[in-house]
Design a protein around this ligand. Structure first.
Ligand code: F6P
Length: 335
């Protein structure tokens, strides 16, 4: 059997654990399998850029952030049917039996399109997909994506640092979080850190009310701003400064952007274990001749039967980027 592994979209901590689990499970279970890493994500598939992976090549990477295979942005794949066909044809010409993918929502949509070409042409490659994204926007009604909890860990640490200085200076801090057009990362980071408020992407924000909340606090106030909220931190800062001045509230306002720091660094233990579990299950299923599918799990050992890629791709679009009402109530109740 010949297999390829690809990491796509924004890197997320736990992708390396996923790569390691797939390689080790395949080679320990069936040593004659040949396993190839696709270099630089989907772009690597379009240009046939691979590297053979043995068990030693994935040693020492279990906890590290980023992805050892690389992941370059490749917008042409979404836009150009010719590029999609090239990728499918390359998989067929290279005689890969399986392509293992760990990536975000964009990668899931790409995997689905390429899988459809492969099936239509009756080419042999099957695609097994695991969600890997700090945004947690990949069909997340069935489990969280690899990297999400790692990014919350980083956010929590940064939000605690900010509280120290905010509290010392009696300041309001506006803190930008990544998450693309989903509020999951911003909201869960806010809940974990006990922030005063999280502004969601499409929210009608009552700034007067938020100014009252800040004025009633003795010292620090931290408001997290989701990436896709349309106003810049500086625009929000100006709004608060005007309200504070008009209402005679003594509060300085500062801004800070956590974005790329949230994505880097060591993986959280939950992500290491879940990524390893997913990689193991997918490799085992491939050895058993599984069809293409989307794999996910809430925790290590949790079995959610794989979904057809087209179902997962559709669910990922339609359930995105809504946050369940109960999670918002949960956040508000703990403030
Ligand atoms: O999808 C992960 C993510 O980090 C998003 O939160 C963010 O919008 C995007 O990637 C940033 O992408 P890039 O690294 O290409 O700037």
């Amino acid at each position: 059997m010949k297999c390829a592994i690809l990491t796509g979209g924004g890197d997320s901590p736990g992708m390396n654990a996923f790569i390691r689990a797939v390689v080790r499970t395949l080679l320990n279970t069936r040593p004659e399998t040949s396993v190839w890493g696709v270099i630089d994500g989907w772009r690597g598939l379009a240009f046939n850029h691979y590297r053979r992976l043995g068990k030693r090549d994935v040693a020492g990477i279990l906890t590290t952030g980023g992805t050892i295979l690389g992941t370059l942005r490749f917008p042409e794949l979404k836009e150009d049917p010719e590029v999609q066909r090239t990728v499918a044809r390359n998989l067929h010409d290279e005689a890969f039996d399986y392509l293992f993918v760990c990536g975000g929502n964009g990668s899931l949509q790409a995997a689905n399109v390429i899988n459809q070409i492969l099936r239509k042409e009756q080419w042999r490659t099957r695609i097994l997909f695991a969600p890997g994204s700090i945004d947690n926007d990949v069909c997340n009604i069935y489990g969280t994506s690899v990297g999400f909890y790692s990014a919350i860990d980083k956010s929590l640490q940064m939000l605690e640092w900010i509280r120290d200085t905010a509290s010392s200076h009696r300041r309001l801090y506006l803190i930008r979080s990544m998450g693309r057009d989903s509020a999951f990362l911003a909201l869960f980071s806010g809940i974990a850190a006990g922030a005063e408020y999280v502004i969601r992407p499409n929210e009608e924000v009552d700034f007067e009310k938020l100014a009252t909340i800040a004025s009633q606090r003795d010292r620090d106030t931290r408001i997290i701003v989701s990436e896709a909220y349309p106003k810049s931190l500086e625009e929000i800062q100006a709004i608060f400064e005007e309200i504070f001045q008009r209402r005679g509230i003594q509060r300085e306002v500062r801004t800070v952007d956590m974005s790329y720091f949230q994505r880097g660094g060591k993986a959280a233990v939950t992500d290491i274990l879940r990524a390893s579990w997913l990689g193991y299950r997918m490799a085992k299923d491939a050895l058993g001749g599984a069809d293409s599918g989307f794999y996910t799990a809430f925790y290590t050992g949790h079995i959610q039967p794989p979904l057809p890629l087209e179902v997962a791709a559709d669910l990922s679009q339609t359930n995105h980027p809504d946050i369940p009402e109960e999670i918002i109530n949960f956040a508000l109740a703990l403030r």
